[in-house]
Every structure is written in C-alpha cells, then in structure tokens.
Design a protein around this ligand. Structure first.
Ligand SMILES: [Zn+2]
Length: 128
C-alpha cells in the first residue's frame, strides 16, 4: 500500500467522515469507538493504530473551547438554576458523545497518513 499518495488533509477529512483514509470508500469505524481491522474495500489495515487519548483530547478542545463560549451567549435567566444546569449538562454530554467518535476517526486518519500508529514497531525493537 502506498500511503504517501494520500495527503494529510485528504486523510484527515476522510477520517473525520468515518471513511477509510486510504481509499475514502470503506468504513473506518465498526463500533462507536472501535475501528475496523482492515478496510473492506481496499484492504488497508487500521486495527494496529492506537489513537490513545487523542480522541477525548480533541473532544474536550471542541466542546470546551468552541461550543462552551456559545452557552454564555444564551440567556437562561428565565429558567430555574436547576433546570438550566440540567439542560446544559445534557446538552454538552450529548455533544461530547456525538463528537468523540468523529474525533477518534479524525485522529486515526491523521495517524495513518503520518505513519505514527502509536506503538513501537517490531522491526525497531528487534534491531535495538
Ligand atoms: Zn479503503
């Protein structure tokens, strides 16, 4: 497989859309946060890639730094405090749950393109 033919931008965009970063056709995720072992269309392997805490980190950045400021612009003074707190908690929990798998697939696309799978390659360990 020639990963270098796909640009970082394309791989990241395909990952964000949940598609195989290599061919852009097959699915990248098989569960909520589990990636496929290999693409069903082109056969590129993804099961070995470890995104670790990049996905929650990306989710926190987007939810906490992009969406949270908008919450301060919404006037909820007419609501009881308990209702406003419940509403915002539910809103941001759902937003986080929606963004987390997209964040993971985005980072999988980036990690695949940059050949940084998140583990020490066996060949390197053996030669050391
Ligand atoms: Zn593919």
């Amino acid at each position: 497989m020639s990963e270098t033919e796909v640009s970082l931008k394309t791989a990241a965009l395909r990952g964000l859309l949940g598609r195989c970063p290599h061919c852009g056709q097959g699915k990248l995720m098989q569960g909520y946060l589990k990636q496929v072992e290999a693409c069903s269309v082109c056969g590129e392997k993804f099961g070995h890639i470890r995104a670790d805490d990049a996905a929650p980190w990306g989710t926190i950045i987007v939810v906490g730094h992009v969406f949270l400021p908008f919450a301060f612009m919404v006037d909820v003074d007419w609501m009881p405090v308990w209702a406003a707190m419940t509403m915002w908690s539910a809103c941001f929990a759902l937003l986080s749950l929606a963004i987390l798998p997209r964040s993971k697939s985005l980072f999988l696309g980036i990690l695949w393109q940059t050949k940084a799978p998140g583990y020490k390659q066996v060949e390197i360990v053996k030669s050391a």
